[in-house]
Each structure stands twice: as structure tokens, then as C-alpha cells.
Write a protein that binds this ligand. Structure first.
Ligand code: GLU
Length: 497
């Protein structure tokens, strides 16, 4: 099995296209076949090298590696359409010589006029066939005289093109509704419908798996395969991905590119797993499976033909699962850009990373995305009691009966205590309880407020030891300074006045 993903490099990798790439990848990896990345960059106006680079980057980030492609090469390259122009030219000549294609000298204005007239008359806007009957020798003479011309494919009359789409079943088109398509533009660039046939055939692609927006192109392509004597591949058209309002997923629905998802803190394995579940189910009752397991189970015939809706809640659920599974050290590295974006200067060394790895799971187990982690851990790096005391919630907690006595007792107890681990914290809390007679919320709320500067946050059993481990970090660990609990309690009392 040889499959391909053939993006046009004109913008970011859209999640819908990433799903197409993923399904191709799953097929290749599940069957021991080859996955080809081909860049369709013949639309000179819209194609950019930057876009190509972002496609490579995002595919790699998702873990969708390719066996053949512009950067890795392969036996059937080149893998950039713009480097294959000689091939398109030579096959176009072959079709011209066989009479299966002809030169078209119609001007853009004329074609546009015809199109408008057809639409006004309620007819399909097909090419009128003006240049179909020009004798080849006359056409050659006009070309030699320098007249600009496109090359059109001669669509056979009165035929039905039928193919069995792996996802959608039998699909039929009558050639009456297919106008002769341009295959080479006047400037020498191929049209998509032509280039894709040459490329898929010469690259020996066995299964063309792509978005259903290409279904009406398929009969044209099949006719070209026939005219060129190429064997037909299987076709599978994947239903489009819709937004929650059941219109095509677009910017209006939020983050539509893979890059935006990465920047919001989704893990690649979560996005991959989620995308695989749009329109397909691995069966066996489990949906949360690593990519290689998905590949083992994937089958095109199980892909549904109905459109899938992009479900943010489900993606969040899948991401939470992978956040809980991820290695702490990896999470620490992945979270750094989010801390920096939140204004924390961080360039941790090995010790700093080790510390972050010990604290990030405290937050990553309860958030949907990595971009929510810094806010949950800011109590470590940004402690400011005077500022905290300007917050209405904090003031409210401190107005509660006995709250001030708890905080004073805490400062006294901690003044002589070593750094707190979990047991040390429990012992200190018990001492405060004995000194003040406060317990439960009346004890722990003021303690939380005094030691974290916040009314909410992770369990104190986790938060407090984290603060005091942080306080022991060497100054050159590359993290913002963390004030210890002893110092925090004293500072809080002072700020209380
Ligand atoms: N460049 C086309 C697209 O991005 C590829 C279509 C195909 O796979 O044939 O839609």
C-alpha cells in the first residue's frame, strides 16, 4: 500500500487536513506500506516556503513521519510539484498528440462572459467547447505564432464514470456535466486535476485518501488515468470536519490550525488521538489509544461517510488523559514557554527542571491544557502578601473569626521550624490548631491564604512541601526566587499590620 498526503503550501496546517494526513499515515503504518508527503505548490501566487516549513514542522510535531518527501527524498521524486513541470509538460504533449487534449485559445474575458451567460440561463457553467474542433495543424501554427493557449482535456461525450469509493460506495457522474477541464495553463503550469493524476500514477500511489471536497474532481481524474493508460488507484473521500454549528470548520469556530492547538497547550498525542476519533472508532470500547495502536486497528472501511463535528469538550477530555499520563520531565519542558508567556523568567538548569517536574503534575492533572498550568502554579513564583491583601476574597477570609490568630500562631510555629515536607506541614498545622483551637476550614483557609497569597489552589499537602523545596533551590537554578513558608508567614503577619 502506498498512500500520500498532498497539501498545498498556502497557510497553516488545518486540523481537518491534519486528520486526512493522519488517516493516510495510519493506513501506511498499519499495513507496512509507504506514506508519501507531496507538496502541491503549482499555485505560484498562494504557495510559500514558510507555509511548507510550517507543514513539515506540524506534521513532525504530531508524529506523522513520512517515508518519501521533499526533504527526505525517495525513488519516485521529486516530491514538490514545482520541480515536476517537465513531467506534466511531457504528458500533456502525449495527450495532445493522441487527440485526447487540445489547445484552447479562448481569452479569460470570453470564458467569463460564457460562464455568466450560462449561469443567467440556468445552465451549468461548462466550457462551451469553442476550441474543440480547431484542426491540430491550425492550432500548432497559432502556437508557433506565439498565441497564448491553455491545454484542455477532451472529456468523452455521453459516458457515465462510475467508481467505488472506499468510504462512500458507488459514485456516478455523467460526462455531460463535466466540461473539458484545463490541464495546462497558458504560462506552462499544470492544473491540479492533471498534476495530481501524473503524480499519483508515477509515485505508484495505491490509495488516494483525501477530503470529500475533491469528490467531483475524481471523475475528471479517472478519465485522465484512462487516457494516459495508468492503472487506477482506490479512492476514499473523507467527510469534512464541521464546527459545532454544523458548518465547515473555520476560523469562526476558534483554533483551526495545528499550530494554534500546540500554542494553546494540547499535547500532540492528544490531538492525534482525538482527530482519529472523528468519523472513525477503534472499536473494543476504548477510545484512548496511542498512535501505533490506532494504526493497528485502523481500517478505511470503518470510516463513516457522515460529516464529523469537532467536539472541543471531547478534545479537552482526551488532552486531560494524556496530561495525566505524560512524563513529568517532559511536562516541565513543555510548560516552560507557557510560563514565559505568563511573564515568568525561566531558563532552568537540570536542578530547576527537576524541581519543575516535581511541581507541574500538581497542576497538569487538573487542567485541560498546558497554557492553564502557570496560573495554577503562580503561588510558587509570585508571592506578594501586600498585594494579596488588596484582594477582596483574601480580605474576606482574613475577616473570619479567629483567622488572624491562626496566621500569628503559624508565624510563631514556623519561625523555629525546618523546611516543611508533608509530615512537617501536618505537625505544624497541628501545633497551630492546639494554640488557637481552630480546626477545619477555620484553620486551613487562613493558612492557605498566608502561605500562598491565594484563596484557592492545589491541596496544601502538595503545595506547602513544593514551596519549601523551591525555597532550597540554588539561586542559579534558573527559576524565579521562591520564598519559603517561614518567610511567607512572617511577611504576611507584617503586611497584616
Ligand atoms: N492539494 C490538494 C489539497 O490540499 C490535494 C488534494 C488531493 O489529495 O488530491 O486539497
Amino acid at each position: 500500500m502506498r498512500v500520500r498526503f498532498a497539501p498545498s503550501p498556502s497557510g497553516q496546517l488545518h486540523v481537518g487536513n491534519a486528520r486526512t494526513a493522519l488517516f493516510n499515515w495510519l493506513l501506511a503504518r498499519g499495513s507496512g506500506g509507504a506514506f508519501i508527503l507531496r507538496i502541491e505548490d503549482t499555485d505560484v501566487e498562494r504557495s510559500t516556503p514558510e507555509s511548507e516549513a510550517t507543514i513539515f514542522r506540524d506534521m513532525r510535531w504530531l508524529g506523522l513521519d513520512w517515508d518519501e518527501g521533499p526533504d527526505v527524498g525517495g525513488a519516485r521524486g521529486p516530491y514538490r510539484a514545482s520541480e515536476r513541470l517537465h513531467l506534466y509538460q511531457s504528458y500533456a504533449t502525449e495527450l495532445l498528440n493522441a487527440g485526447a487534449a487540445y489547445y484552447c485559445f479562448c481569452s479569460t474575458e470570453r470564458l467569463e462572459e460564457e460562464r455568466r451567460a450560462a449561469v443567467a440561463a440556468g445552465r451549468p457553467a461548462l466550457y462551451a467547447g469553442t476550441c474543440r474542433q480547431i484542426p491540430p495543424r491550425e492550432a500548432e501554427a497559432r502556437i508557433h505564432a506565439g498565441q497564448p493557449a491553455a491545454v484542455r482535456f477532451r472529456v468523452p461525450e455521453n459516458r457515465e464514470v462510475v467508481f467505488t469509493d472506499v468510504v462512500r460506495g458507488d459514485v456516478r457522474f455523467h460526462t455531460d456535466v463535466i466540461g473539458d477541464p484545463v490541464i495546462m495553463r497558458p504560462g506552462g503550469m499544470p492544473a491540479y486535476n492533471f498534476a495530481v493524476v501524473i503524480d499519483d500514477a508515477l509515485m505508484a500511489v495505491t490509495h488516494v485518501v483525501r477530503g470529500e471536497d475533491h469528490i467531483s474532481n475524481t471523475p475528471r481524474q479517472i478519465l485522465m488515468y484512462e487516457a494516459l493508460g495508468f492503472p487506477l488507484p482506490e479512492f476514499a473521500h473523507l467527510a469534512i470536519v464541521l464546527g459545532p454549528d454544523h458548518t465547515k470548520l473555520s476560523k469562526r469556530h476558534g483554533a483551526t490550525s495545528v499550530a494554534e492547538r500546540r500554542l494553546k497547550g494540547y499535547l500532540p498525542e492528544a490531538l492525534v488521538n482525538y482527530l482519529a476519533l472523528i468519523g472513525w472508532s477503534p472499536g473494543g470500547g476504548d477510545e484512548l489509544l496511542p498512535i501505533h495502536e490506532l494504526a493497528k486497528r485502523f481500517s478505511l472501511s470503518d470510516v463513516v461517510s457522515a460529516a464529523g463535528v469537532f467536539d472541543e469538550e471531547k478534545l479537552a477530555w482526551v488532552n486531560r488523559h494524556y496530561l495525566k499520563m505524560a512524563e513529568p520531565a517532559r511536562l516541565a519542558e513543555l510548560t516552560l514557554p507557557f510560563f514565559r508567556a505568563a511573564g515568568f523568567e525561566m531558563a532552568p538548569d537540570a536542578i530547576g527542571v527537576e524541581f519543575l517536574a516535581s511541581v507541574v503534575p500538581v497542576a497538569s492533572g487538573v487542567v485541560d491544557r498546558l497554557d492553564q498550568v502557570p496560573a495554577r502554579l503562580s503561588f510558587l513564583f509570585a508571592y506578594d502578601p501586600a498585594m494579596a491583601l488588596t484582594d477582596e476574597h483574601v480580605r474576606g477570609e482574613m475577616r473570619a473569626e479567629g483567622a488572624r490568630s491562626v496566621v500569628h500562631a503559624l508565624a510563631e510555629v514556623l519561625a523555629g521550624a525546618p523546611r516543611l515536607d508533608r509530615d512537617g506541614f501536618r505537625a505544624a498545622a497541628n501545633e497551630v490548631k492546639a494554640k488557637t483551637g481552630q480546626k477545619g476550614k477555620a484553620l486551613f483557609h487562613p493558612i492557605r491564604v498566608a502561605l500562598t497569597g491565594r484563596t484557592e489552589g492545589p491541596e496544601l499537602d502538595l503545595a506547602i512541601p513544593a514551596i519549601d523545596r523551591g525555597a532550597e533551590l540554588p539561586p542559579d537554578a534558573g527559576l524565579p526566587k521562591i520564598l519559603g513558608c517561614r518567610e511567607r508567614a512572617a511577611a504576611f503577619v507584617q503586611s497584616l499590620g
